[in-house]
Design a protein around this ligand. Structure first.
Ligand code: NAD
Length: 260
């Protein structure tokens, strides 16, 4: 379905972004991976995905805190493959602390990576999408874009912000073949969440499995994690013609978290 389309997925060396990159590649899209990490491990991911999906897969190590590097990610992808059709703004980081103790450097980094990077990437990718009058912009928000949790000031602010940005871009592209939507996962067992499970286990003296159950019990009525594969399948659906008139939507995939 996505043969001859070019996708950029930010933060796709791990977790949800990698799940989305795999799903887009399995649907035939060329994929530009991005993210931080060990170069040899990233190259193994890139080459493995290219081989298994039979599509071209690239990697560019743009730091999502840096607007110049984000611009280069978009322009380099377009230079290599002739355009950018699908942009998934997924890169994200977390820090947990009460607001009065929240380190300013962590606030700035979370707003930069989880919110401002999406603005910069959209700003540069949109003119390329307009050239073909087709595009898909998918912003990975969170249940924390709809509701809050204590000790997550920067993350919740950034995720509420990206839901707003999604709506604005959807309106500005409403009369075109370009759509912009958000996906809002609940708990997905990725390195970002594993760190929170480890902290919970250490703070409360819990075994790993008990800490996982506690995390789910607090928020996610299904008692089960959503998976990167499920988020990837939803992203592919948003790229399909069936989603042509989905514009500015925020799709929850959260085991009932925000239904409460
Ligand atoms: P993860 O830690 O597994 O992956 C994060 C990715 O972002 C990695 O590829 C990492 O290299 C990249 N990244 C981090 N900082 C970067 C930077 N400065 N520049 C470029 N890349 C950078 O996390 P994840 O859980 O897969 O999270 C992916 C997205 O999903 C985030 O936006 C997160 O907020 C969101 N999300 C996650 C969950 C969850 O439960 N895991 C729930 C809701 C939303």
């Amino acid at each position: 379905m996505l043969k001859d389309k070019t996708a950029i997925v930010t933060g796709s060396t791990s977790g949800i972004g990698l799940g989305i990159a795999k799903a887009l590649a399995a649907s035939g899209a060329r994929v530009m991976l991005n993210g931080l990490g060990d170069p040899a491990e990233i190259e193994a991911i890139r080459a493995g995905l290219a081989r298994s999906a039979g599509v071209e897969v690239g990697f560019q190590e743009a730091d999502m805190r840096n607007s110049g590097e984000i611009a280069a990610l978009v322009t380099e992808t377009a230079r290599r493959w002739g355009g950018v059709d699908i942009l998934v703004n997924n890169a994200g980081i977390q820090h947990v602390a009460p607001v009065e103790d929240f380190p300013e450097e962590r606030w700035d980094a979370i707003i930069a990576v989880n919110l401002s990077s999406a603005f910069h990437a959209i700003k540069h990718a949109l003119p390329l999408m307009r050239q073909n009058n087709w595009g898909r912009i998918i912003n990975i928000a969170s249940a924390h874009g709809l509701v809050a949790s204590a000790q997550k000031a920067a993350y919740v602010a950034a995720k509420h912000g990206i839901v707003g940005l999604t709506k604005v871009v959807a309106l500005e592209t409403a009369q075109s073949g370009i759509t912009c939507n958000a996906i809002s996962p609940g708990w997905v067992l990725t390195p970002l969440v594993q760190r929170q499970i480890d902290a919970l286990a250490a703070n409360e003296g819990l075994a790993a499995q008990a800490a996982k159950q506690r995390l789910l019990q607090e928020k996610q009525p299904s008692g089960e994690f959503a998976t990167p594969e499920e988020i990837g399948a939803l992203a592919v659906f948003l790229c399909s013609p069936a989603a042509n008139q989905m514009r500015g939507s925020n799709l929850s995939i959260d085991g009932g978290w925000t239904a409460q």
